[in-house]
Design a protein around this ligand. Structure first.
Ligand SMILES: Cc1cc2nc3c(=O)[nH]c(=O)nc-3n(C[C@H](O)[C@H](O)[C@H](O)COP(=O)(O)OP(=O)(O)OC[C@H]3O[C@@H](n4cnc5c(N)ncnc54)[C@H](O)[C@@H]3O)c2cc1C
Length: 410
C-alpha cells in the first residue's frame, strides 16, 4: 500500500472521541510507536469500558463504576498520551488543521471561551448519537448508548422492581429487555414491526425471537407506534410516565383513526437507532450521510479531507455502517500504519459475526443481513432454523442461525 500520505505528523496525532474506537487507535499507534505525540479529546471522562456490557450489567448488579476498566486519566498515563477530557470539539478547520474546543461541562451552552488545538493527523472517532423521535422527548426517556447515562438509569432501577417500556426492538432494545427482566423488572418492548430484529432478518426468523422473549415474560407490543410519552404524576424525575401507542396504520386503514392505548410505567428507554452528528463532518468538509456515517476509503480509512481518518460508529464503508466492536482492532491497526508511514496491505472489511446476547434464544448472523431479499431455509425444526440470504448471482450474502437455548432443549 502506498503510504506517501504519511510523513511524521508535525503536530502529532489528534483523536476525537474516547469510546472503544478512539482507544483502539491509541493502542494501535502505541504498539508501533512509543513516542509520537497523541492527544485524545473527548466530551466525556475518557474512562475505558466495554460498551456491549451495558446490556448485561443490570442483571449482574454491576454499576457504571464496576464497568470501568481504567479511568481516562490512568489509561492516558499508561499510554503516554495527552487526554483532554470533558472537552467538546466544536469546529474543525481542515485547511489550517486546527480544532476549536470548549468545556463540555460549561453551564451555559452559548459560552464562548474557546481554545484551539492543531493536528498533524486527525482521527474522527466520535461515535453516533441516539435518535429521539418527537414522541420520545429526550428529557423524559433514557438511552443506553453511553456509560454515563446508563449509570444514572442503573441507579434509578436499583430502587426495586419497576415497570420499564423499551421503544425499539433492534439488538440493543431486545438485549436490554431481557437484562431488565432478569433483574426483576416488568418489561414492555414496543416496536413498529411484528417481531424484534425485523430490520435485519426475515419474518420466519424473527417470529421465533418474538415467541422466545414473550414466553420468558417480556410483554412484546409489535406493530405499534408510540405517539407520546408524558409525565403524569408528581415526583419530579421519579414521577410515573404515560406511554401512548397505537397500531401502525396499514395503507388500507390509514384514513380511519387508530385506537389509542396507554401504558403507565416508571421509565422509558429509547433504542430507536443512531445518527451521526453533522456539525464536525460538515466543518471538516468530509463526505458523510447522517444515517450511515462518514465516508472513508475502504482500504486506508482516509476521508476525502487531507490527513483526516474516521473509525467506529461515526464511519461507513461502501455506504454501510458497521457498528460492532470486532472490526475496530484491524481498522485501528490500518490507521496506525497509514499515519506512521509503514507498509501495509490495506484494510479488508469482513462483516463480523453478529450474536444477540439474549439467553432465551440463540441468534447468530454472518454476512450482511437485511430483512427483505431471497432468504432460503436450510434447516427448520423445533430446535433450529437456519436461513441463507442469496444475492443476485445466488451467492450467500448472509446466514441466520436461530436456536432454542440448550436448557430449553433438555
Ligand atoms: C448497549 C449496547 C450494546 C452493544 N453490544 C454490542 C455487542 O454485543 N457486540 C458488538 O460488536 N457491538 C455492540 N455494540 C456496539 C458497540 O459497542 C459500538 O459499535 C462501539 O462501542 C462504538 O464505539 P465508538 O468509539 O465508535 O463510539 P462511542 O462509544 O459512542 O464513543 C464516542 C466518543 O466520542 C466522544 N465525542 C462525541 N462527540 C464529540 C465531540 N464533538 N467532541 C469530543 N468528543 C466527542 C464521546 O464522548 C465518546 O467518548 C453495542 C452498543 C450498545 C449501545
Amino acid at each position: 500500500m502506498n503510504t506517501k500520505n504519511a510523513e511524521t505528523p508535525e503536530n502529532g496525532i489528534v483523536i476525537i472521541g474516547a469510546g472503544l474506537a478512539g482507544w483502539h487507535v491509541v493502542d494501535a499507534v502505541r504498539a508501533k510507536d512509543k513516542d509520537i505525540p497523541i492527544t485524545l479529546i473527548t466530551a466525556d471522562s475518557g474512562d475505558r469500558y466495554h460498551k456491549p456490557m451495558l446490556t448485561m450489567a443490570i442483571s449482574q448488579k454491576k454499576s457504571a463504576a464496576d464497568l470501568v476498566r481504567a479511568t481516562g486519566a490512568d489509561a492516558a498515563e499508561a499510554a503516554n498520551i495527552k487526554l483532554l477530557a470533558n472537552t467538546q470539539v466544536t469546529d474543525i478547520d481542515a485547511a489550517s488543521q486546527q480544532l476549536q474546543l470548549v468545556s463540555a461541562l460549561r453551564s451555559d451552552p452559548v459560552y464562548t471561551n474557546y481554545a484551539t488545538a492543531d493536528y498533524g493527523k486527525l482521527i474522527l472517532a466520535m461515535g453516533a448519537h441516539p435518535i429521539f423521535p418527537k414522541s420520545l422527548p429526550e428529557n423524559l426517556v433514557w438511552h443506553v448508548n453511553h456509560i454515563e447515562r446508563f449509570g444514572q438509569l442503573q441507579e434509578k432501577l436499583a430502587d426495586g422492581s419497576q415497570h420499564v417500556a423499551i421503544v425499539g426492538a433492534g439488538m440493543v432494545g431486545t438485549e436490554i429487555a431481557e437484562d431488565l427482566l432478569k433483574a426483576g423488572h416488568q418489561v414492555s418492548l414496543i416496536d413498529l414491526n411484528d417481531a424484534p430484529l425485523s430490520q435485519m432478518l426475515p419474518a420466519k426468523a424473527t417470529a421465533r425471537i418474538a415467541k422466545a422473549i414473550e414466553s420468558q415474560g417480556i410483554q412484546f407490543l409489535g406493530g405499534y407506534q408510540v405517539s407520546a410519552v408524558t409525565r403524569i404524576s408528581d415526583g419530579g424525575d421519579d414521577g410515573k410516565l404515560q406511554v401512548d401507542y397505537q397500531p401502525l396504520a396499514s395503507d388500507e386503514d390509514s384514513s380511519s383513526a387508530q385506537p389509542l392505548e396507554t401504558l403507565v410505567v416508571d421509565h422509558v428507554i429509547a433504542s430507536t437507532g443512531l445518527t451521526v452528528d453533522t456539525q464536525l463532518p460538515t466543518a471538516a468538509g468530509v463526505e458523510f450521510d447522517r444515517r450511515t456515517g462518514i465516508v472513508v476509503d475502504a482500504t486506508t480509512l482516509r476521508t476525502k479531507a487531507d490527513n483526516i481518518y474516521a473509525i467506529g460508529d461515526c464511519m461507513s464503508i461502501d455506504g454501510v455502517a458497521c457498528r460492532y466492536v470486532a472490526p475496530l482492532r484491524a481498522q485501528a491497526a490500518t490507521i496506525a500504519d497509514d499515519i506512521l508511514g509503514h507498509d501495509h496491505n490495506g484494510y479488508e472489511h469482513k462483516p463480523p459475526m453478529i450474536r444477540l446476547k439474549n439467553k432465551a434464544i440463540s441468534v447468530m448472523v454472518t454476512g450482511v443481513p437485511q430483512a427483505t431479499g431471497d432468504w432460503q431455509i436450510k434447516t427448520e425444526n423445533d430446535d433450529e432454523l437456519i436461513m441463507e440470504l442469496l444475492g443476485d448471482d445466488d451467492t450467500v450474502s448472509a446466514t441466520a442461525t436461530i436456536k432454542a437455548p440448550a436448557t430449553a432443549k433438555a
